[in-house]
Design a protein around this ligand. Structure first.
Ligand code: F6R
Length: 238
């Protein structure tokens, strides 16, 4: 595992964007796994800047996102599909048909999970997966649990996650209580993993995840057994 601590959120974002760019430049047809939340916004801004300058080409890139709130359509401004369009896809030369987010409106979430995993397998798996980490150690929306769940599945969001994400909503009551998330199988089968973490409030859970016991009580701890993980941490909150 490579671990970098940098001084500023801007440096973290630039370094992460460098790693993603290097992947796309060396493999223009790369499959990139993406995350939402506030941590990767600076990374996306940097990628947009380089793409606009002509230094980065998304024309043949495919993306698969980690998760989506259950019950929200992609047109809903709080949905993760909307977030991705707004923070990245609408500003780079990616073909939207090659961008994939679990369907938050799927009537049968189990079938949607199976479809999503089968699709990721069909396109050859993920070359580089970008991750953030929740205050409770979640990756994607794999919340602390008694087991690691392999497949893309429907989860009940933890109270701490609902509270943390309420900053994007009018109130905590409006935060959806469920989400569809990629399971540990697709995440751990990604050839490379890049985790971005910002803020002192994440330092302790990150330390436990990277150096403590591997346990589903701290879902990110599973990354200790992945052969190619890069973590970029800054104490500076964004
Ligand atoms: C979002 C996701 C989550 C976030 C995590 C941190 O797609 O998968 O695991 O990465 O909740 O969110 P922020 O960056 O908002 O602190």
């Amino acid at each position: 595992m490579k671990f970098y601590e940098v001084a500023t959120y801007k440096e973290m974002s630039r370094k992460a964007a460098n790693i993603i760019s290097a992947e796309i430049i060396s493999n223009p047809k790369a499959v990139i796994g993406l995350a939402t939340g506030s941590t990767p916004i600076g990374t996306y801004n940097q990628l947009i800047e380089w793409c606009k300058k002509g230094d980065l080409d998304f024309a043949q890139v495919t993306t698969v996102n980690l998760d989506e709130y259950y019950g929200l359509s992609g047109e809903n401004e709080q949905s993760y599909r909307y977030f991705m369009n707004d923070h990245l896809f609408d500003h780079v030369n990616i073909d939207k048909n090659n961008t994939h987010v679990p369907n938050g409106l799927a009537k049968d979430p189990e079938a949607e999970g199976e479809r999503y995993d089968a699709f990721i397998k069909e396109i050859g798996g993920i070359d580089l997966q970008l991750l953030g980490i929740g205050i409770d150690g979640h990756i994607g929306f794999n919340e602390p649990d008694d087991v690691f769940v392999k497949e893309t599945h429907l989860v009940d969001l933890d109270e701490s996650t609902i509270q943390a994400n309420s900053r994007f909503f009018e109130s905590a009551d409006e935060v959806p209580k469920k989400a569809l998330t990629m399971g540990m199988m697709s995440i751990m089968q990604a050839k490379k993993i890049l985790m971005v973490v910002s803020g002192e409030n994440k330092e302790q859970i990150l330390k436990e995840a990277l150096t403590g016991p591997i346990t589903p009580k701290n879902p990110a701890s599973i990354l200790q057994v992945h052969p190619d993980v890069t973590v970029i941490f800054t104490k500076q909150a964004n």
